[in-house]
Design a protein around this ligand. Structure first.
Ligand code: ATP
Length: 343
């Protein structure tokens, strides 16, 4: 392809980035433009997040580097996958799993509240993603309906790790105010140090309220009034919301973080009981020393296979960093680009 005239021209005019053919724009953020792109060989659709490096101040660079490092350690069916990061002199490209079914905020704003079943299925998937993240000490810190995306087949993908952080211990206190005020927990408005997992849990309570009723629990014309509503935990649940769901919302939206439901309590609540989780939420503990041995043999075999695949890819010309212009940061993310549908 390096010798193909059309490919070279497309690379120069930005219609191609690495192996990706770039198509129209699908969204834009404060520092980014997100475009639809196709992998030239696998034909997989991806969302290509393009960042102009010259526009990133030091704070934006710090957030971006956290976004990348959080996403690098996440692999879950309900979390947008980062396949690859490419860097050019003036631009940075994040190659992301494509979720083409729009976002939850748009769906709720145009179609109103979800049916009870749709709420359960949607909430269970978000819960699954959050449990997984918290288990590996990643805190999202910007959970909101705009960051919950649907795939074209209706599966949920939690996106936007721009405010995420990794803690070394779940009890580590954080102190940066992040996220969107209507989803922010009382301790954030009180300017206190906070536990990351508890603020994600609070935001899930707000999200659940929004999905079930089609309205936000905390609304006000000014930031001061919103702050007061949240700090006083003042919200009204419509009486028609089913009892088990009311109990779940009330268990989450508790003013004191220590009184709030933990993720495991949410998973075991009456309201979600009929939901079958189609995938394992946590990697199973090895049941016995023999199981441990079998697992370690399986991992060795996987490493051998990966090594073999790496060799085959190198024969095809995928050799990682090329001339200092493209940086392939994770072989496994790249490899996943061809296997998304089957995961
Ligand atoms: P800001 O930078 O202001 O916080 P943002 O974080 O929402 O905004 P991006 O993450 O750059 O910005 O996303 C911008 C838009 O692109 C999103 O609102 C969404 O519509 C679309 N988008 C982002 N990621 C994907 C994806 N993986 N699949 C499909 N669409 C996406």
């Amino acid at each position: 392809m390096c010798k193909d005239e059309k490919t070279i021209k497309d690379l120069i005019i930005g219609r191609r980035v690495g192996f990706y053919k770039v198509r129209g724009e699908i969204g834009c953020g404060t520092f980014s433009r997100v475009k639809l792109a196709f992998h030239a060989l696998t034909k997989d659709k991806v969302a290509l997040k393009v960042l102009d490096k010259t526009r990133l101040d030091s704070q934006a660079q710090r957030l971006l580097s956290k976004e990348i490092s959080s996403m690098e350690c996440l692999q879950h069916p309900n979390v947008v996958c980062l396949y690859e990061v490419m860097e050019k002199p003036s631009r940075l490209y994040l190659v992301l799993e494509y979720a083409g079914g729009g976002d939850l905020h748009n769906r709720l704003s145009t179609q109103g509240k979800l049916s009870e079943n749709a709420c359960k299925i949607t909430f269970a998937q978000i819960l699954s993603a959050i449990k997984y993240m918290h288990n590996i000490n990643v805190i999202h810190r910007d959970l909101k309906a705009e960051n919950v995306l649907f795939t074209s087949s209706g599966c949920i993908k939690v996106a936007d790790f721009g405010f995420s952080t990794q803690v070394s211990n779940r009890n580590d206190a954080l102190d940066t105010f992040c996220g969107s005020p209507p989803y922010a927990a009382p301790e954030l408005f009180r300017d206190e140090c906070y536990l990351g997992a508890s603020v994600d849990v609070w935001a899930m309570g707000v999200l659940l309220f929004f999905m079930v009723t089609g309205t936000m629990p905390f609304r006000a014309e000014t930031m001061g009034k919103l702050r007061r509503c949240v700090i006083e935990c003042e919200y009204t649940l419509p009486p028609w919301v089913p009892g088990p769901c009311q109990r779940l919302i009330r268990g989450i939206l508790k003013e004191a973080p220590a009184d709030r439901y933990a993720v495991d309590q949410m998973l075991g609540c009456d309201w979600l009981l009929p939901v079958q989780f189609p995938w394992t939420l946590v990697p199973p503990e090895p049941a016995s020393p023999l199981q441990g041995l079998l697992d370690s043999e399986r991992r060795d075999l996987e490493e051998e296979v990966e090594e073999e695949v790496r060799g085959l890819l190198e024969e095809l010309g995928f050799t990682g960093p090329q001339g200092g212009t493209l940086v392939l940061i994770s072989f496994s993310f790249f490899f996943n680009a061809g296997t998304t549908a089957s995961r």
